[in-house]
Every structure is written in structure tokens, then in C-alpha cells.
Design a protein around this ligand. Structure first.
Ligand SMILES: NC(=O)c1ccc[n+]([C@@H]2O[C@H](COP(=O)([O-])OP(=O)(O)OC[C@H]3O[C@@H](n4cnc5c(N)ncnc54)[C@H](OP(=O)(O)O)[C@@H]3O)[C@@H](O)[C@H]2O)c1
Length: 333
């Protein structure tokens, strides 16, 4: 497993991060049960993964509590990255939506952030959070100014409750503002072989200013994991049954085009003795500015497989060839 620092902080974290969204038990993308989630976390730690990404909104505290159970006695092995800013205890903040029956708000006010951090510490069974990330940018009408939010986060850092500060889902302007008013260590956003639009702005800025990036959906919710073919049927409530409506790569004709490209990489898979998902993860982690790749896993086997991608080092000509094939593939139809 390769390890890289979280930006200018002194924290080293595995380049493969365990994404834990499914452990929250959300109706549309959950793991089978908590035992399976615990096994997946233990398998990740046993395989050298230290970075574990979660959020209070993943199961409204449930996911953080599962992680807390999993790291009992193993706290030093984990770099826990959780989030703040999606608030559901009352109507403070700006209305965000309804998830699993809960009305929630985007709130980056200092008063709600402080409560969230106390709740996360309790849920995780720890007295410090390694990386606290603002889950989303503030939105009107309650558009908390970034310096106010950052001031609160710096204060929490000074108190030792958090060790580093990150953001997620921000525009380049917001990213630069956060970076200019405090000690920003990371940025989390969507990035994959099929969604490379952040290369020119966010990834370039992060590389230049020594800020870690935690990419999510790098497996495109399983589409790039090598087992979604034309016959694959998802479970009843799985959101991927309807994904083609908003994610054109999930349309049958595009899956067919993708499968044709995957076949071209069989010599690279053979050379590195790896699976397609591992190649996809290794390629993502090899891109300029991409320091850490979050991979969702639902089982111990998936955790182990994803972790093993953290020691695959692709040759420059392999990286370039894959990019050329992706460029030739172009946009979804
Ligand atoms: N900041 C944000 O707003 C935000 C948004 C989204 C995600 N995230 C973070 O990023 C993480 C990753 O995103 P994600 O979990 O939604 O998507 P993902 O990593 O792109 O895909 C995960 C899915 O791919 C399949 N998979 C994973 N490893 C596999 C393997 N080795 N072999 C075969 N299939 C495999 C599993 O689904 P099946 O087994 O069901 O096929 C799994 O649920 C999240 O867990 C979360 O921590 C953050």
C-alpha cells in the first residue's frame, strides 16, 4: 500500500480510502447488515488501508457508530475523515432535501458545526477526528461566509478536536477562498475515468498548492468495477435500476461501448495480475493531483480487492494508453 500526506498536514494516509456510504443503511445502496460492514472495515485495516471516509448523514449517525465499533482498540491504525454541514436536528441552515424520510439542511454556521463535531466524536468513540470536511458549500438563503466557517474549524483544530480541515463538492472559487483564509488540507469531489472535468481546475489547483484530493465515485458506483454487464440486475431498491435516467453511461448502449474498451486493457491486467476495478483505481490514483481514491465496499472481499490496488504502479505508457482509449471513447450517447 502506498501512503501520501493529507496536504501540508503531517497526517499520512493510504492512497486507497474506504468509502462507507453503504454502511449507513440508506434504502438505495446499503450493505446487507452491520456485521458485513464491520467485516469490510476490518478487512480494509488488515490490508493496510488507513483512510476511512464517512459522514454524519450516512444513516444519520449510524455509519459513524459502526466505524466507532470497528476501530475500538485499533484507533491508531485509522485516519478518520468525517464531515460537517448536513444538518437535521432542527431547521437551522438552508433546506437541502429529504433523505430516508429526514428533512435536512446545509448549515455551515459555527454553532451547528460545534454540535456536529461533538456528536461525531461520540459516535466514533474517539477524542479526535483526523480530517473534518465541509460536506457541501453553503447555499442561500443562509449562506454562511467561508471565513466564518473556517474560523470555527481552525478553532476546533486549536482545541485538538480535529487534526486537519477539508472541503467537498466546492467550486474552484470556493476552494481558493477556503485555502486563503485557513489551513486547508484536502478537497473531496467526484472524479473518475468517465468524469474528468475537474482536472483543469480543482486537481490542477490542488497539485500546485499541495492540497490532498479525495476522489469519490471513482468506480462510478460499480460501473467501472467490471461486473456490470448487459445482464446485471440490481436489487429491488438499488438506485442503479434507474441510473440511466441521469447517468447516461448506465444506458445499455453505453455499457456495451465501455465493455469494448475494457477488453483492450486485458494485456495490462495480465501484466499486473489485477482485476479491472484495481486497474481503474490505480489509474485514478496515478493522475496529476489525485492523491487519495475513495472506494466504496460492501463486503470484506471488495475491501481487500480495492486495498490491493494501492500497491499497483502503472507504467507511464500504460497510463497514457488508457487515457487515449478514454479520449477515443468520448462522451456517452
Ligand atoms: N462527498 C460527497 O458528497 C460524496 C458523494 C458520494 C460518495 N462519497 C464517498 O465516496 C465513497 C465512494 O463512493 P460510492 O461508494 O458511492 O461509489 P463507488 O466507490 O464508485 O462504488 C462503490 C460500489 O462499487 C461496487 N464495488 C466496489 N468495490 C468493488 C469490487 N472490488 N468489485 C466489484 N464491485 C465493487 C459496490 O457495489 P455493488 O457490489 O453493489 O456492485 C460498491 O458499493 C462513498 O462511500 C463516500 O465515502 C462522498
Amino acid at each position: 500500500m502506498l501512503y501520501r500526506p493529507l496536504g501540508k498536514s503531517m497526517i499520512e494516509a493510504s492512497i486507497i480510502g474506504l468509502g462507507t456510504h453503504a454502511f449507513g443503511g440508506s434504502r438505495d445502496s446499503k450493505t446487507a447488515n452491520d456485521r458485513e460492514s464491520l467485516n469490510a472495515i476490518h478487512a480494509a485495516l488488515d490490508s493496510g488501508v488507513t483512510l476511512i471516509d464517512t459522514a454524519p448523514s450516512y444513516g444519520w449517525g449510524h455509519c459513524e457508530r459502526i466505524i466507532g465499533r470497528a476501530i475500538k482498540g485499533r484507533r491508531d491504525e485509522a485516519v478518520i475523515a468525517t464531515k460537517c454541514g448536513v444538518w437535521w436536528q432542527d431547521a437551522r441552515g438552508s433546506f437541502n432535501g429529504i433523505k430516508d424520510g429526514k428533512e435536512n439542511y446545509v448549515s455551515l454556521r459555527p454553532d451547528t458545526i460545534k454540535i456536529e463535531v461533538e456528536n461525531s466524536l461520540k459516535n466514533l468513540g474517539t477524542d479526535y477526528i483526523d480530517l473534518l470536511q465541509c460536506h457541501k458549500p453553503a447555499i442561500p438563503p443562509e449562506d454562511t461566509p467561508i471565513p466564518e466557517t473556517m474560523g470555527c474549524l481552525m478553532n476546533l483544530k486549536d482545541q485538538g478536536k480535529i487534526r486537519a480541515i477539508g472541503v467537498s463538492n466546492v467550486s474552484l472559487d470556493q476552494f481558493m477562498t477556503y485555502d486563503s483564509v485557513g489551513e486547508l488540507s484536502s478537497n473531496q469531489f467526484r472524479y473518475s475515468m468517465l468524469h474528468r472535468d475537474r482536472e483543469e481546475d480543482i486537481l490542477a489547483y490542488a497539485a500546485k498548492h499541495d492540497i490532498a484530493t479525495l476522489t469519490y465515485w471513482s468506480l462510478e458506483a460499480g460501473l467501472l468495477a467490471g461486473k456490470i454487464n448487459l445482464e446485471r440486475v440490481f436489487e429491488k431498491n438499488d438506485f442503479r435500476n434507474h441510473a440511466a435516467q441521469w447517468h447516461p453511461w448506465y444506458k445499455k448502449e453505453n455499457i456495451e461501448r465501455l465493455l469494448d474498451v475494457f477488453v483492450k486493457w486485458s494485456d495490462i491486467l495480465n501484466r499486473h495480475e489485477c482485476t479491472l476495478s484495481q486497474l481503474v483505481i490505480a489509474w485514478t490514483a496515478a493522475q496529476p493531483g489525485a492523491s487519495h481514491v475513495l472506494c466504496g465496499a460492501k463486503t470484506a472481499a471488495q475491501s481487500e480487492q480495492n486495498a490491493a490496488a494501492g500497491s499497483i504502479v502503472l507504467e507511464p505508457d500504460e497510463i497514457d494508453r488508457i487515457r487515449d482509449d478514454l479520449n477515443a471513447l468520448g462522451d456517452p450517447i
